[in-house]
Design a protein around this ligand. Structure first.
Ligand code: KMH
Ligand code: ZN
Length: 311
């Protein structure tokens, strides 16, 4: 694993996993999403990962005007790296999800390294009723749903990243996805060094445990030698423990309301910024490492710079 002297903290401010009823602090409108990202950057996040939502109902959408509004507002107010999702929601088709890359030509975007069952239906039991009709149907629908990222999908979308100078952040939900990435590197569809985001604890993907994190890093080292950097997302209550393990082993961490609604057991996070502040504190106090600025992160990851984007 590539060892940087600084730690990259990313923040995923809204996502498509959690629905409006689950937290009053989940940003919904383009303005709210952008402002949460700006505050997260001010708290120390050098990469802000963004999804967009229907501004009335909060339903995940791929509306390019909303993505543009979010990206432009963030870029006008901070120098964080704006990283749109090409994952969208598990219900969306890959060809719909990739459109944001040609539109915004971002420095980075997420790129999902394989299909998985993406179970959210287990969240239904936690809520007596939902504010919007779509929420329960959306969650229940994941019982019979595959979050699609086939080899053909990847063959189609990876050249789009290449054409627009967008570095893919490889979202890896299970160990097999690392072998998918190796296959794509061998076919010249992925360029090293890779930036791998280990997504742990999604229902349908690898379980979130210290042992599994070590295993995933071991497999990545077998496959890529030192030609990769790794960040870690622990879903839900796993976020801070696995993020701390990651930064302590020379990796990086992602926090935010996309992946986890709680600042600590039983206490909803009131903002993405306070989640970033906690991860920065843990990085400094437990791992004894400093946080990378956006400029340092661009250098470490070989990004093209904000001037190379289309927003
Ligand atoms: N929302 C999930 C379907 C990504 O942003 O690329 C996957 C996701 C990953 O959020
Ligand atoms: Zn996402």
């Amino acid at each position: 694993m590539r060892e940087f002297d600084k730690t990259i903290v990313s923040c995923a401010v809204t996502g498509a996993i959690h629905t409006p009823t689950m937290s009053p602090h989940l940003p919904i409108t383009a303005r709210e999403i952008a402002d949460e990202a700006i505050a997260a950057a001010e708290a120390g996040a050098s990469i802000v990962h963004v999804h967009v939502r229907d501004e009335e109902t909060g339903e995940p959408v791929t509306d390019l005007d909303l993505f543009r509004e979010v990206a432009e507002r963030i870029a006008a107010n901070c120098d964080a790296i704006v990283q749109p999702t090409t994952g969208g929601a598990p219900t969306m088709a890959p060809e719909e999800r990739i459109q944001v890359v040609p539109e915004l030509e971002p420095e980075m975007a997420s790129c999902n390294m394989g299909s998985i069952n993406f179970g959210l239906y287990q969240l239904l039991d936690k809520y007596d009723e939902f504010e919007y009709d779509w929420e329960a149907a959306y969650l229940d629908g994941t019982r019979d749903l595959v979050f699609q990222n086939t080899f053909e999908d990847l063959e189609t979308i990876l050249p789009v990243f290449e054409d627009h100078g967008t570095k893919p952040e490889l979202e890896v939900y299970d160990v097999g996805h690392l072998y998918n990435a190796k296959h794509l590197v061998d076919r010249g569809l992925l360029e090293t060094p890779l930036h791998i985001q280990l997504v742990m604890g999604i229902h349908g993907g690898i379980g979130a445990s210290a042992k599994n994190l070590n295993h995933l890093v071991d497999v990545a080292e077998d496959l890529f030698g030192d030609d990769f950097s790794v960040s870690v997302i622990g879903a839900g209550r796993n976020e801070f423990p696995l993020g701390t393990q990651a930064v302590s082993m020379g990796g990086h961490a992602r926090v935010g309301l996309e992946d986890n609604l709680y600042l600590e057991r039983g206490r909803l996070a009131e903002s993405n910024a306070e989640m970033v502040e906690k991860m920065v504190r843990l990085t400094r106090e437990i791992a004894g490492r400093e946080i990378a600025t956006p400029a340092e992160t661009r250098e470490l990851l070989g990004l093209k710079g904000q001037s190379g984007t289309n927003f």
